[in-house]
Design a protein around this ligand. Sequence first.
Ligand code: SAM
Ligand code: DTB
Ligand code: SF4
Length: 327
Amino acid sequence: MELSARSPDGVRTDWTVAEVSALFGLPLHDLLYRAHTVHRAHFNPAEVQISTLMSIKTGGCPEDCGYCPQSVHFDTGLTAEALVPLSAVIAAARAARDRGATRFCMGAAYRNPKPSQLAKITAMVSAVSGLGLETCATLGMLTPDQAEALRDAGLDYYNHNLDTSEAYYPQVISTRTYADRLATLKTVRDAGLKVCCGGIIGLGEADQDRIELLHTLATLPEHPESVPVNQLVQVAGTALEDQATVDPLTFVRVIAVARILMPRSRVRLSAGRSDMSDELQALCFFAGANSIFYGEQLLTTPNPATDRDLALLARLGLRPAPSPAPA
Ligand code: SAM
Ligand code: DTB
Ligand code: SF4
C-alpha cells in the first residue's frame, strides 16, 4: 500500500476508508513497527504530555449518552452539583501545575452552556491561563460567539468528541446528532481554538466503526491537535454498564492507527487506564500514545493513583513533556 504524504508538511487529510481499514488489519507487529516509526519521526518518544481534568459542573446533564454517569437519564447514584466557584478551580489548577501537569481541562455536564454560565467559565479560563497552564474546556455545543469569548479569555483547546462512527452513533446517543458534533468542531476551529477530539472504544461497536471513527478524525479539514482515545468505563446504572471490555490488542491497534493517520497530533490514553495493565499502557505508548490524564480522578470516575503513574513512567524511561512556549 502506498502511503505517500500529499500535503507539503507531510500530513494527509485525504485518507480513504480502505487505507484505514488496511492499516487496522495489518499483522500487529507490522502495525506497531510502522506506528512507532511515525511516532519517532514527529515526537520525542521519551516524552508524555500531562493533562489534568477537573469536573467544574457535575451531573444533571439532559443528554442521553449511553456511557455517561452524568446523564439525567440514568441513576448512577451521582448527585448533580452546581458550577464550582472560581476559587476552587484556581486551587485545583495550582495543585495540578505543582504536580507537573502542563494542561488543565475543565469539563461541564452541559448540552451547551447558557450565557450566564459561560461568563463564569471565561473567568476560570483566564485565571488558569494566568497560572501558566495550557487551558482546555469541554462544555458541549457552542455558538460562534461563545467559542470566540472562550478564545479571548485565553482558552487554548476545546474538547468535543465524536465518540464513535456516524453509523453507530445513534445506538449510543439520541438527543443530538453526529452532524451537531461536527458543526461544533467547525465552530471551534473557525474561532481559532485548537481542537481536542477523539472517541470511546468499547461501546459495543464493531471494528468497522473504529475504522470509520479514525477515518472521520483524520479527514477533518485539519487534524485535531489532541486525540483522546477513551476506553469505556462501565458505570453501574448507565445503558452500557454490562458492555464487555474490548480486547486490549484491539485497543492498541486503534492507538497505532491514530498515530499513523495523524502524525503530529497528541494521542491521549484517556479514560479507562485504571482498568489497564502496565504492560498494555506500555504497548500503547510504544504504538504512539504520548499524552495522559494525570490525577486520581477523571471527571467522576477514578484514574490511576499518581504514584502508580509516576512509577510506570519511570519504569518505561518516559518523562513528562515540558510545557510548550507561550504563543
Ligand atoms: N458534556 C460535554 C460533552 O459531552 O461534550 C463534555 C463532558 S463529557 C463527560 C466528555 C467526554 O467524556 C465524552 O465525550 C466521552 O467521550 C467521555 N466519557 C464520558 N463518559 C465516559 C465513560 N463512561 N467512559 C469513557 N469515556 C467517557
Ligand atoms: C475525554 O475524551 N475524556 C475525558 C475528557 N475528554 C473530558 C473525560 C472522561 C470521562 C470518563 C468518565 C467520568 O469520569 O465521568
Ligand atoms: Fe452530558 Fe457530556 Fe455526559 Fe453526554 S457525555 S451525558 S453530553 S456530560
